[in-house]
Design a protein around this ligand. Structure first.
Ligand code: HEM
Length: 417
């Protein structure tokens, strides 16, 4: 029953459980073992600041290993995790993001220019195309031409192939080791690997490497603590990790932003007027009310006391983003989309957690926030949108993400489109 509720209607299921049992409760999901969801700010603070050697996050993601590869920062724990994270952090530093602003704006403008006018269209696939393009150009550093085209095609196909529900279930059922040995799977990944490894090899030889600003080029210059560079395999694994972690999450968040904004009278116009504080607050409010990931997970390596509860080794504690963001004591009128709340009160470290927290906090958080603002700025300036139907879109699960159930159905006005 719990598995069915978790899969089909995770939001109402979690809210029901909180009403019944309070901020901390246990759920048991088939094949996932025991999860303890927590949405008390103090308990969540303890988890995010706790000893990472006792709270493993990588282990929980092992199902992704066949795609991401064994070096992926998402799959590692302890010293190997920290080593990869240190290599990846500098290119994602908040200040650096400004360099990608122009590129993001250009890509968004081209996307808006391609929209049909006067007929219903679904925004989410278009946002996916847009965020894929931004990753390929800003992260992978590809420039216009045949290589970009080939990569675009292969990666879009790979993402589609691996996120189809039947494949996702099969991967979870067979386990990573068996999936990695399967011919069908190898054949699907081989062209992607070949192309990525070739790109890495070519970039290593690029005489202008040091002047390039994309993230792959910076990673090629990064060094392990012993002075050695990242291997081709490490680079390949991290590139795919950044793609998988950063592409659909941002596209879905952008789709939610538009879905909510168009039902908030005056908001679109306020964005169009260039109110930057309101834009920033809109991005935060979207990620609060419609977080794309409902929770983050840490597996307990040894028994621990968290939030006053004594918990055994082997269970997974899960700071619950979804429930935290709906706490009425932190967010008055929690179900209302009201960007203004973040103009009045700043986002709290342990109460606004769309990017998780602590040593595992999303590496791409600055990138994603910057990208969402850049894209929304263009959308508000260049398009006149209205919802295809007046009623808001329900939350619907797609693989592990919470997405708008009609994929944000909108109509663009002829004059501006
Ligand atoms: C709105 C968009 C995004 C959301 C909501 C999001 C959310 C998250 C969350 C919840 C986690 C897990 C954090 C934890 O366990 O505490 C995570 C991890 C991660 N994210 Fe994001 N993310 C987004 C965009 C991105 C982007 C654009 C990138 C890179 C280009 C990225 C790269 C990563 C990586 C590498 C990790 C693993 C960090 C680690 O294990 O140390 N994410 N993200």
């Amino acid at each position: 029953m719990q598995t069915a509720a978790w899969v089909t209607r995770p939001g109402p299921f979690m809210e029901r459980a909180r009403r019944r049992y309070g901020d901390t409760f246990t759920i048991r999901i088939a094949s996932e073992g025991t999860w303890i969801l927590m949405s008390d700010p103090e308990a969540v603070r303890q988890i995010f600041t706790g000893d990472p050697a006792k709270l493993h996050a990588g282990e929980a993601n092992v199902v992704l290993r066949p795609i991401l590869g064994p070096n992926s920062v998402l799959l590692l724990d302890d010293a190997p995790h920290l080593a990869q994270r240190k290599l990846l952090l500098p290119p994602f530093h908040g200040e650096r993001m400004k360099r990608y602003g122009e590129l993001m704006t250009q890509i968004a403008e081209a996307e808006v220019a391609s929209w049909p006018a006067g007929e219903p269209m679904t925004l989410m696939p278009r946002m996916q195309r847009l965020t894929l393009e931004i990753i390929l150009r800003a992260v992978f550093g590809l420039r216009e031409g045949a290589r970009l085209e080939r990569m675009r095609e292969l990666l879009a196909h790979m993402m589609d192939w691996t996120t189809r529900p039947s494949r996702f279930v099969a991967m979870a059922t067979f386990g990573p080791a068996r999936v990695e040995r399967m011919g069908l799977f190898k054949r699907a990944m081989q062209p992607v690997d070949d192309l990525l490894l070739e790109e890495i090899r070519l970039r290593r030889e690029d005489p202008a490497l040091e002047e390039r600003e994309d993230i792959l080029s910076m990673l090629l210059l990064a060094q392990h603590e012993d002075g050695s560079p990242m291997s081709d395999q490490e680079l390949r694994d991290e590139l795919l990790t950044l793609l998988v972690a950063g592409h659909e999450t941002t596209a879905t968040s952008l789709s939610w932003a538009v879905e909510r904004l168009l039902r908030h009278p005056g908001a679109w116009e306020r964005l169009r007027s260039g109110d930057e504080a309101f834009l920033d607050a809109t991005v935060k409010e979207t990620l609060r009310l419609r977080p794309v990931l409902p929770l983050v997970a840490r597996m307990l390596v040894e028994p621990m006391e968290i939030g006053g509860w004594s918990l055994p080794a082997g269970v997974t504690v899960a700071p619950c983003i979804y429930l935290m963001h709906r706490r009425a004591d932190v967010y008055p009128d929690p179900y209302a989309f009201r960007p203004e709340r973040f103009l009045e009160t700043p986002a709290g470290t342990y109460t606004w957690i769309p990017f998780g927290g602590g040593i595992r906090r999303c590496l791409g958080a600055s990138f994603a926030l910057f990208e969402m603002s850049a894209v929304l700025r263009v959308l508000a300036a260049r398009s006149e949108l209205r919802p295809a139907r007046p009623e808001g879109e329900r939350v619907r699960r797609r693989a592990i993400m919470l997405t708008p159930h009609r994929q944000t159905e909108v109509v663009a006005a002829p004059a501006l489109a």
